[in-house]
Write a protein that binds this ligand. Structure first.
Ligand code: C2E
Ligand code: MG
Ligand code: MG
Length: 446
């Protein structure tokens, strides 16, 4: 009889554990978190104090999980949880919400205290995680919200920390406090995200083409394909707005595939019409696209299916996107170059790449960021930077393109510095395929 009861008790305890704790990390789960947060809110209301809620989402976890498999992914989660727990005080609650998301509750914490907690959590991941003997660098982005100012229920608070976390992630990690404006911005983002998929299906997206000009001779030396989207209600939406949304919402690979396919079809069609474009067509590629380990196969399939060839194209990757995970970039860029694609480092000068990586990026071209070109005639520093970038690129065997050339004086100065190619309103704005062909391709044949 005695045995029976112990057995039953044990089973009961086990059930309670399973209902309230996460088996992988041993941390409280979503259910227990909600309960504890609700209780913390009641206490705070009674004593007129604050509750800080911190939402953590691991950076680069998906990469590890996708490339190394779920077993290693699980190890990473367990180890990250152990680090976070080590950085958590007794009176704080750390829970796993699911996936690679964690929440910490700190009763009585104000902005200053919450910032210190966030710093402790970030610091806990500063050393790489060692998984099956291999080091993996992982980070976390943290959103912070407070009871009562940012929300009065646990659902509202968690939702707002999630929004702030997204902003932290978009800004490259670290922590962010929730602000009411973030919600309106998020609504706009969701609106754009919901319209983008159907717009792609409905053929509302288009590529525009902007000429690239050899500065020494003024001749056409290629073009850049730039996305354009006109929504029936919202009007023109800039790629600078919708590309980041597509990246955040996991829609970038679909969109990127479409851009590449459309570019290849256009090049093929111009050839068929006997007005082949000289040089290569530059196509922008997002960091999200090269995170996919299958990216090379995927791109080659699209190019070949369209009857095009990799050497017709130059892939533009921004400097900052490559520096997110430079070792991975070196590897993927090497594969893309070996397959025949031209490679260009876009927006150069804004991404803090190191010279040692630059040498290993297998790029053919550097595009000098518009911000330096814009002021180069009146700002001595920008002038010196442009000059230095050109000299450095040439010494590494890469050619240079200056973007955003609007003035004759800029084109002359750039040419004087040895810059190879110019792109900007001075030569031509991005235009629809038909207009571009009339102005640049047919004119040339005449
Ligand atoms: P980006 O690749 O650096 O493209 C150059 C941007 O500068 C384009 O803006 C172009 O219209 C603009 N521009 C060109 N000449 C001038 C000039 O003389 N003066 C000024 N003020 N601007 C000039 P756009 O088309 O709005 O594109 C913005 C960014 O969106 C692009 O920057 C690129 O990062 C991204 N993007 C555009 N299309 C695609 C795409 O198909 N895929 C991806 N992943 N990103 C794209
Ligand atoms: Mg570009
Ligand atoms: Mg650029």
């Amino acid at each position: 009889v005695l045995n029976d009861i112990t057995e039953k008790k044990r089973a009961e305890q086990e059930l309670r554990y399973l209902a309230n704790f996460d088996t992988l990390t041993g941390l409280p789960n979503r259910a227990l978190l909600s309960e504890r947060l609700a209780r913390a809110i009641v206490r705070a209301r009674r004593h007129d104090t604050m509750v800080a809620v911190l939402f953590l989402d691991l950076d680069r976890f998906k990469e590890i999980n996708d490339s190394k498999g779920h077993a290693i992914g699980d190890l990473a989660l367990a180890e990250a949880a152990r680090r976070f727990l080590g950085a958590t005080r007794k009176e704080e609650t750390l829970a796993r919400l699911g996936g690679d998301e964690f929440v910490l509750i700190a009763e009585g914490a104000d902005h200053r205290a919450a910032a210190l907690i966030a710093a402790r959590l970030l610091q806990s991941l500063s050393e790489p995680l060692v998984l099956m003997g291999m080091p993996h660098t992982i980070g976390t982005s943290i959103g912070i919200a407070f009871y009562p100012n940012d929300g009065r229920t646990s659902e509202e608070l968690i939702k707002h920390t999630d929004i702030a976390m997204y902003r932290a992630k978009a800004g490259g990690g670290g922590y962010r406090f929730y602000q009411a404006e973030m919600s309106t911005e998020l609504e706009k983002h969701l609106d754009i995200a919901q319209r983008l998929g159907p717009a792609l299906e409905a053929g509302q997206l288009q590529l525009y083409y902007q000429p690239k000009i050899r500065l020494a001779t003024g001749e056409l030396l290629g073009a850049e394909a730039l996305l354009r989207w006109q929504d029936p209600e919202l009007g023109w939406i800039s790629p600078a707005v919708f590309i980041p949304v597509a990246e955040q919402r996991g829609m970038m690979s679909r969109l990127g595939d479409w851009v590449l396919r459309e570019s290849c079809h256009q090049l093929k069609q111009w050839r068929t019409e006997g007005i082949a474009m000289p040089g290569r067509l530059s196509v922008n590629v997002s960091a999200r696209q090269i995170e996919d380990p299958e990216v090379l196969g995927r791109m080659l399939e699209i190019v070949h299916a369209a009857g095009a060839a990799p050497h017709w194209l130059e892939l533009e990757l921004t400097e900052s996107s490559m520096m997110g995970n430079p070792e991975h970039s070196v590897e993927i860029l090497g594969l893309l170059a070996a397959a025949g694609f031209g490679l260009s480092i876009d927006d150069f000068g804004t991404g803090y790449s190191s010279l040692s990586y630059l040498k290993r990026f297998s790029a053919d071209e550097i595009k000098i960021d518009i911000s330096f070109v814009r002021n180069m005639l009146n700002d001595k520093n920008d002038y010196a930077i442009v000059n230095a970038i050109i000299a450095m690129a040439h010494s590494l065997g890469m050619s240079t393109t200056a973007e955003g050339v609007e003035l004759e004086g800029q084109a002359e100065a750039l040419h004087g510095m040895g810059c190879d190619v110019g792109q900007g309103y001075l030569f031509g704005r991005p235009e629809a395929a038909g207009v571009f062909a009339d102005k640049w391709l047919r004119a040339q044949c005449r």
